[in-house]
Design a protein around this ligand. Structure first.
Ligand code: GLN
Length: 280
């Protein structure tokens, strides 16, 4: 921008830059808040305020990246999940609202005063582990990830949100953990490698290792289900988030591996989304 510009004019320019985005009004405001380091309430109260060209340029750069498809959460560096503000970057999957169903499933199982040992596998930003930790303060939560870069992000979130209650481990699923667990949860990668879904939206910018699992998307579920047998207490529960069309195959996997009371829950769009089973 050549000279100083008012907030309201800058927002109008941002909205035009973001013309292809469905929520371009909201997104133009979120990105301006990010560029200026202010809240949306402040923007509304100061719409006549003049902004320096350097800040305006930073804002327009963010809107251009967004228009090119970069997820909002990566541009702002954070995302709300279970009312927690989580740091995110391109090393981790952006937490999705549907994953709150896995958290709800866990909370229905764990009594409020229980001191269970719980594992969250492929924790990414730490979203699931931290959401459970925020609701079940007496539980001991162990979270793993095979990506060191993802664990760095999780570490920052854990330090802010639950420093004493979530421990982080580097490795594949349960391998870095010892002992038995009362509950194991995971939102592993579950998209098939040739799924066209990977070519649209936020997925294009997310780490493939957090999204893609073999030719049918089921590789991680098989691996975790096999490993979990040695890590679950008798009566312990394994619960997965999975794709809306994978419920039947996940139930068969659980049943063929010796789990009982296998149930699938549907998300708010009535799609099969979370399956759990009890280890006998
Ligand atoms: N639910 C995500 C999506 O469809 C996938 C998350 C995952 O693979 N665990 O974009």
């Amino acid at each position: 921008m050549p000279g100083p510009v008012k907030i309201q004019d800058l927002l109008a320019t941002g909205r035009l830059e973001l013309a292809d985005q469905r929520s371009n009004r909201l997104e133009s405001e979120i990105l301006l808040c990010e560029a200026l380091g202010v809240s949306r309430a402040w923007l509304y109260a100061n719409s006549e305020q003049v902004i320096e060209p350097r800040q305006a340029d930073r804002y327009l750069d963010l809107t251009r990246q967004r228009q090119a498809g970069q997820p909002i959460a990566y541009l702002t560096g954070h995302r709300e999940f279970w009312s927690l503000r989580l740091k995110v970057n391109t090393d981790v999957l952006i937490p999705r609202p549907e994953t709150e169903l896995l958290v709800e499933t866990a909370l229905e199982l764990v009594p409020p005063d229980a001191s269970w040992r719980i594992a969250d596998l492929g924790t990414g930003s730490g979203a699931i582990a931290l959401a459970i930790a925020s609701e079940r303060p007496l539980c001991e939560i162990h979270a793993t990830d095979s990506s060191q870069a993802a664990l760095e992000v999780a570490r920052e979130n854990v330090q802010i949100l639950a420093p004493d209650r979530v421990s982080l481990f580097h490795g594949s699923w349960l391998e870095p953990l010892d002992g038995k667990f009362d509950l194991i949860v995971s939102n592993p990668p579950y998209i098939a490698e040739n799924d066209l879904h990977l070519l649209i939206g936020d997925c294009r910018f997310e780490p493939p290792g957090a999204l893609v699992a073999g030719h049918d998307g089921l590789d991680a579920f098989g691996e975790i289900t096999r490993q979990a047998v040695g890590y679950l207490e008798p009566g312990g529960v394994l619960a997965f988030e999975h794709g809306y069309d994978q419920g039947k195959r996940i139930r068969s996997l659980f049943e063929n591996s010796g789990y009982t009371a296998v149930v699938t829950k549907r998300d708010i769009e009535s799609r099969e989304r979370v399956t759990s089973g009890i280890w006998k």
